[in-house]
Design a protein around this ligand. Structure first.
Ligand SMILES: [Zn+2]
Length: 344
């Protein structure tokens, strides 16, 4: 990296990076008997990568369902509150003004998000409860089927062809009424189209890849990308499904995903949803890693993009690939901040 690139990286990073998807609450829940997990295990990476806003995703693993979904979700939120209350480093934010204030005071802002509505059971009223606790973005499903709809599978075809259930449609409407961002990551193609048709606000896909480079229904195709673009939504590019091939899972391929979206719908609709998962994956025994491979796929982690300290590698590569400073700022934070300003 020569000096002028270095200086540009420094300057671009200094405004902060927004990552709309991180499985943090799940890890805090697993480590609930420890104190100061954020400070000891995450802070140095957040600082090194100038991370300023994180979509902290509540996710409930199969082993807790169905009975303990709500309980574990509440405990994940509780852990996040316990780790941030009184902290000068971290803060949970519920609206745009709080996010901006966190950025100005140099604290990492957490926006609580939810990946899959299993914690709601079949009770719409729980959305209001979760909203009061700070949840500001909801994706209806992960890869599985639930009371709201179906997740897109990790294959080029074969996801259920039905869209949302009645409950799923009610959730989407309730989210728009309350001011909760509806996230289209993971939903099957039919559900995706249905959400677009019943919402009025800009839609987001917090973390996904494009099918052009990894053709599975969990990712999104050009038509779906255009649907987001037409409504001035934002798509966060995921780091763990950039290619089915390990050798092609590179930082350049990550930038290819950004470029593909920008070419189709413009630079104002692409952001980051890193979905860094390697730190959880490496804590698992081999048997559990094999289970994941059998159920979904083997994730290929990009060697120089596996944790938040690597955000500056991305900034550097965007410069090398010819992106302008204005465009890079939009990708790193500007586009997500616009969504927060409009929707929260
Ligand atoms: Zn996900």
């Amino acid at each position: 990296m020569n000096d002028s690139v270095n200086e540009r990286v420094e300057r671009l990073q200094s405004g902060g990076v927004v990552d709309m998807h991180f499985d943090l609450p799940m890890d805090l829940y697993e480590k609930r008997l420890r104190k100061d997990v954020l400070e000891t295990e995450f802070l140095s990476e957040f600082k090194a990568g100038n991370i300023s806003v994180i979509g902290a995703a509540i996710y409930i693993e199969d082993r807790y369902l169905p009975q303990n979904g709500l309980f574990v979700a509440l405990d994940q939120i509780a852990r996040l509150h316990a780790e941030t209350t009184g902290s000068e480093r971290f803060v949970i934010c519920k609206n745009y003004r709080e996010i901006q204030s966190a950025r100005e005071t140099g604290r990492v802002a957490f926006l609580i998000t939810m990946e899959g509505v299993e914690p709601l059971g079949t009770d719409l009223n729980q959305i209001r409860v979760l909203y009061e606790l700070g949840v500001r973005s909801i994706g209806l499903t992960h890869a599985r089927t639930n009371a709201a709809g179906h997740g897109g599978i990790f294959a080029a075809s074969g996801s259920p062809t039905e869209g949302l259930t009645v409950f799923g449609r009610e959730i989407v409407r309730e989210c728009e009424t309350l001011g909760v961002i509806v996230d289209l990551a993971h939903i099957n193609p039919a559900g995706f189209e249905e959400i677009i048709s019943i919402t009025t606000k800009p839609p987001i896909v917090s973390h996904t890849n494009v099918r052009r480079f990894y053709d599975i229904e969990r990712n999104i195709n050009d038509e779906q990308i255009k649907m987001i673009g037409e409504r001035r939504g934002v798509i966060g590019v995921n780091s763990i499904l950039v290619s089915p091939l390990e050798g092609e899972s590179t930082l350049d391929r990550y930038v290819d995903h950004i470029e593909h979206i920008a070419n189709l719908i413009g630079i104002d609709s692409v952001g980051i949803g890193f979905d860094f998962f390697e730190f959880i994956y490496r804590q698992w025994p081999k048997s559990r890693q094999k289970e994941l491979a059998a159920k979904f796929t083997t994730p290929h982690f990009i060697p120089d993009l596996t944790n938040h300290s690597h955000a500056r590698n991305l900034t550097c590569r965007l410069i090398q690939r010819g992106f302008s400073d204005v465009d890079i700022e939009k990708i790193l934070r500007g586009n997500w901040l616009r969504i927060f300003e409009e929707l929260l």
